[in-house]
Design a protein. Sequence first.
Lengths: 112, 112, 112, 409, 409, 409
Amino acid sequence: MKKIEAIIRTGKFEQVNKALSKTSCKFMTTMEVRGFGKETIKSQSYRGTTFDVGFIPRTKIEIVCKDDELEEILTAIKENSKTGEVGDGKIFVSDLISAYRIRNEDRDNDAL
Amino acid sequence: MKKIEAIIRTGKFEQVNKALSKTSCKFMTTMEVRGFGKETIKSQSYRGTTFDVGFIPRTKIEIVCKDDELEEILTAIKENSKTGEVGDGKIFVSDLISAYRIRNEDRDNDAL
Amino acid sequence: MKKIEAIIRTGKFEQVNKALSKTSCKFMTTMEVRGFGKETIKSQSYRGTTFDVGFIPRTKIEIVCKDDELEEILTAIKENSKTGEVGDGKIFVSDLISAYRIRNEDRDNDAL
Amino acid sequence: MEEVTPIFTVHNLWIMIATLLVFIMHLGFANLEIGLTRSKNSVNILFKNTLIISIGILTYALCGFNLMYPGEAFEGAFFGFAGFGISLSEGWNTPAYDEGYTLYTDFIFQAVFAATAATIVSGAVAERMKLIAFIVFSFLYVGIFYPMVGMWSWGGGFLDTLSTPFYDFAGSTLVHSTGGWAALVGAWMLGPRIGKYPNGKIIPIPGHSLPLAAIGVFLLWFGWFGFNGGSVLSANPGEVSLVFVTTAIAGAAGAFGAFFASYIKFKTNDLTMVLNGILAGLVSITAGADAMGLIDAFIIGLIGGIIVVFAVVFFDMIKIDDPVGAISVHLVCGIWGTLAVGIFGNEAGWNQLVSQLIGIGVVGVFCVIGSGALFFVIKKTIGIRVTEEEEIEGLDISEHKMSAYPEFN
Amino acid sequence: MEEVTPIFTVHNLWIMIATLLVFIMHLGFANLEIGLTRSKNSVNILFKNTLIISIGILTYALCGFNLMYPGEAFEGAFFGFAGFGISLSEGWNTPAYDEGYTLYTDFIFQAVFAATAATIVSGAVAERMKLIAFIVFSFLYVGIFYPMVGMWSWGGGFLDTLSTPFYDFAGSTLVHSTGGWAALVGAWMLGPRIGKYPNGKIIPIPGHSLPLAAIGVFLLWFGWFGFNGGSVLSANPGEVSLVFVTTAIAGAAGAFGAFFASYIKFKTNDLTMVLNGILAGLVSITAGADAMGLIDAFIIGLIGGIIVVFAVVFFDMIKIDDPVGAISVHLVCGIWGTLAVGIFGNEAGWNQLVSQLIGIGVVGVFCVIGSGALFFVIKKTIGIRVTEEEEIEGLDISEHKMSAYPEFN
Amino acid sequence: MEEVTPIFTVHNLWIMIATLLVFIMHLGFANLEIGLTRSKNSVNILFKNTLIISIGILTYALCGFNLMYPGEAFEGAFFGFAGFGISLSEGWNTPAYDEGYTLYTDFIFQAVFAATAATIVSGAVAERMKLIAFIVFSFLYVGIFYPMVGMWSWGGGFLDTLSTPFYDFAGSTLVHSTGGWAALVGAWMLGPRIGKYPNGKIIPIPGHSLPLAAIGVFLLWFGWFGFNGGSVLSANPGEVSLVFVTTAIAGAAGAFGAFFASYIKFKTNDLTMVLNGILAGLVSITAGADAMGLIDAFIIGLIGGIIVVFAVVFFDMIKIDDPVGAISVHLVCGIWGTLAVGIFGNEAGWNQLVSQLIGIGVVGVFCVIGSGALFFVIKKTIGIRVTEEEEIEGLDISEHKMSAYPEFN
Ligand SMILES: Nc1ncnc2c1ncn2[C@@H]1O[C@H](COP(=O)(O)OP(=O)(O)O)[C@@H](O)[C@H]1O
Ligand SMILES: Nc1ncnc2c1ncn2[C@@H]1O[C@H](COP(=O)(O)OP(=O)(O)O)[C@@H](O)[C@H]1O
Ligand SMILES: Nc1ncnc2c1ncn2[C@@H]1O[C@H](COP(=O)(O)OP(=O)(O)O)[C@@H](O)[C@H]1O
């Protein structure tokens, strides 16, 4: 099993979500995060002073999948979250030891 | 050391929290996440149009523990977050290389 | 590649951020989390009843870095998030299999 | 037919403006109630509060007005009814109807008052009562029970023909306690919200927006100048300005009463208690706002503010779960304010105190039985409380399929 | 020179207070509009709404007042203008000017009305129109088009000199439809918000704060008593109190109309529909608030509340994206209310109905062409819609470099 | 004893209504202040603002009223006091007391004014001043210093007996600058909020809710019609309606002044600047609201709106941290408005300008010394600023153990 963590543009989420629903990935968990990176930050202004907010709101997607599903999912995310501009984000993959479905006794690959 | 990531029903959090406090797990980090999965989504309605919000608010628990504490903690989470209905959530376990306590020089198992 | 997850005092974030910008870490992702731990919780009060909120708002920093950058980054975080009081937080390190830059075809170390 | 004189026009204008001030109190109630409850029930509360004012106006036109003011034929009676609808008597728009207002002004001023009684209940049963059950309850309580009680004193009924008539200037008992008793019965019959009193402990359920709660209280205080000031039923400069001053002082004293009481008791500067303290002071002065001096008003308000702190604690102790403190504010301070008329100010005296006790008692018994019967019948028929699952999910989604703040949770 | 009598002072006082009530409606509009849209556009909306009221007051002083009330010389005309600025006629502050108010009271009451027309448009074009385009539009629409239309009936123009004069008491057509037509044209020319109608489906874009929306509606209802009540143009007790009652009843009936209609149609208790229903009832009664009985007001409001539900669905069906329902409320119910004057109440009759139709038609044609031309010229010159990127990011950041709730997102 | 005439009743009614309008300004101040600060301090601010209005009413009854209006015996004096409490003179509720109002109306109108002075300070010292220190300050500043200053001009004191009396119609100096000077001294003595000026840079600390800030400004503008209009001290149609118009125009012009100034200076459409601009226009017109023509009002407001933008920048430059811009709005524009009386309108002239300068100077010196002494004594005794840790955590938790929005952070 692999764990995919993708940090993407919040505005691209809908598109990625739609693309993923056509892959073997049927589950995911997302959260709002703040990205600090190379991206060009839009500066804000308040009462005459301009300031950089320093971060950009991003969406993080976490998916745990079987090893053989990995490529398909990675491709779906990459293709659909891409604009080609700086700030498109990153995808990280790591190993998972075990997985459990809380509802019943399913484990590991069965639990996904 | 192992890292446990559990995605559970937000409404079950209190119960899990109470159960965990009776295990050797004395620390955890939680965050609000959005779960996309098999669960039956309650549809919402706005000005005459019904729509699926697509996700369900879930709570994610992250716990880093010693290898020998793993089972106990897993059991506590599983038993207390279970309703038996679709949507109960998942638990994922992965390996950890090292851990540090910021306050002092404790490392790895000592730092937990 | 290594993945660093640091859970720090929210009030220390600015300082850590500034320190990190002087290391080879140029990217990170942060999120608001709730920490349950040994920290002394300030109790709140509402309409005559005192209660413990049970958690403390914390900031979680996630950084993926090359293996040889690890120490430098860890040191920067540790030194700048420390107060010496209970509740300073933890840093966890785990292994990463692969990384991708969404914008182009960069992989792994190149993608960071 | 009498002429429309300048003075009649002024008096009438003031009562119309007082109507607006009482109207905006409903926004105050709505804000206070959503502020002191969780965001997962805000749509439900706004829905209820929006309908209550509408129900109040419509039922009062249908029957309430003629139940409350059935006319001289029913003097000293327990019940009277002058028929459905509002019929225009001759001279309805001249001083022949009343020195201070036209028939329609009279009606609309009383109508916005009426809805108040149900709004008070709304706060106490919040976060767990079924929408449809609450709507049915409001229709009947505002349309029938409230005007019946009002008739006893303001409509010339039996409390008004006691040898020393029961004195309730702007409704500490007739409005606030009438709502408060039903709030008590409702909160008791519903039982507490899930998680409020687990294993006998008290777990606070903090309201989701104290700014909204504070906005609510400011608007209520603002409107109260119309609630009390309009009850003079004319723009008489001396009387209305006295009522303004007593209302202002009692509210301010209530704030300090609650501030000190909660600081001494809990060692904390609890904003929600100060907000309740202001309302407590206002409810307390309502029965005698035109009969008190400045120092009387100060003492009455101060004591009201102190009482409300202990009342909130008391109801928590006996496990009556009242999310916004409506019972403590409107019932307990309503009783205190009504009694205060017999103790302080122009009307003070043993006879008056006895009449006040009679009024409080009769209204209390009637409201408890009346609202109890209503709630009971509703419970047995359409059901009164949402399911546990619905309550945990929040009434906004379960009753309305909507979220109050869709972007924030 | 005539003397300042007590009765003149009362009348004038009421119109000044009505001015304040209409003024606070602008806060109501602002709250409703930000409540029903996304938080990423709230600063933009508040900016627009803050400027609109300022624009209304300033342009009305510059030319609006003298366009709308050019004086007897232009009786029966289509256009008239008495020159820039406000000049003080002799006796401007005595009954010689008018039995009910001074010149300045007249001016300021009319000025706060004027801004309403542009505010209505604001809601329909929200979340995608360029700030500068909207400001330019408001200046011209409020400063020139609105007073021209108003002149036709209220200023003694040709609609007022029909054999059966067009009857629009407080402006169902002259204010609400005038705003509503421009809202329709604007929403149509702009096209829908990104993501509202993908592939022909309707995807709701929920407003970010229903509490703010509800506060807005309460404030609007509150202010409407001044909008309608002030339009009596004196404090006449009988007339103003009647208007209060019809306004209250129509609003309440509108709430129930929308409640039932949306429950039957969608099986849901939709708060936003009930809120729109109240406004629908209020817009509907506005044209005949002084000419209806209580039952008339109830029926008119109820139908208004029902209509608005179907209108919202209809405009979504034809893909006119109106975030707050402004077109349904102000245009559709404005038309309904204007027609209702020919059907119910004192003025009812065929001749009246024909006059109402003429008025509706003429105003409609003029406003569609006028606002269409305005929007077209603006589109071709400074551009009318923000870029796709700006819209997705939100107008707060792209137009103002600010965030409405910097801590929450 | 003189009779209660219709005209007396109207005048008195208007002053009572103006009282309500000024009262609701306190809700406006509260909203503006929490909107422009961080959510971790909202409970604290609401607590302060709720107590200030209560403190204002109570201290004004205790001694303020009799300090401010000590009676003819103290004509031309620097200090006078007619004893504690409010004693009812004979004829207090007839024109014998005053042609325009009863004693109680007079008292309550002045009392709600009084609290304004402390509220202004509240904004400038927000997010770092100790609660108890602020409460003690408010008691003394509102109870003693404010009425002393007011007495000099409105109470017949020495500024009123200058050969050309100092002219401050509704209090640009007597209310706004009096608050503003203390705001300046307080903000200076407290020092800036942590993180506002690190290493000499300016780091903006954005307010957490611009919708609340905008609601606040709308309510303030609304209330200002009572603040200025009530200061006519009668319902005189010509005078009050003129004041309404100048107040409306100055506020609108202030919005545009700030809009243009901040756009030209910063190339941004800053909502907070436009909001401050409206208030700037209003403060500026306050001193001469009854003495200006429409064009005067426009110019005064416009300049006020421009000034406020530069003032905000200036105070940031000299590192006086004023979270809501209170000093810029109330002090700087208060001075401008007071001077404007000598430059524009009926009172303009060299002598008047000199008197205005004297008034501004004397009040300034007195308020700086007075509030400085007060703050100093408080600092040395109970302490004035919360600890660094408390400030970072937020005053809501550290001073109140509560969170304003417990669900959202
Ligand atoms: N090494 C990293 N560790 C953690 N988060 C990262 C890392 N690199 C990028 N991110 C996240 O991804 C977001 C986009 O990254 P960025 O480098 O700007 O994309 P790109 O390289 O395509 O321009 C960042 O805002 C940050 O949240
Ligand atoms: N493979 C996965 N990767 C990431 N998150 C997942 C995965 N599977 C489930 N989840 C999370 O767990 C939640 C509940 O999962 P679900 O499959 O509905 O539970 P069950 O299988 O018990 O019905 C989902 O909403 C999602 O947030
Ligand atoms: N084993 C753990 N697993 C997950 N999160 C942890 C763990 N230990 C600590 N944390 C997080 O770190 C925060 C601070 O930890 P704490 O133990 O109080 O620090 P310290 O040991 O320095 O006093 C906790 O609130 C929690 O969020």
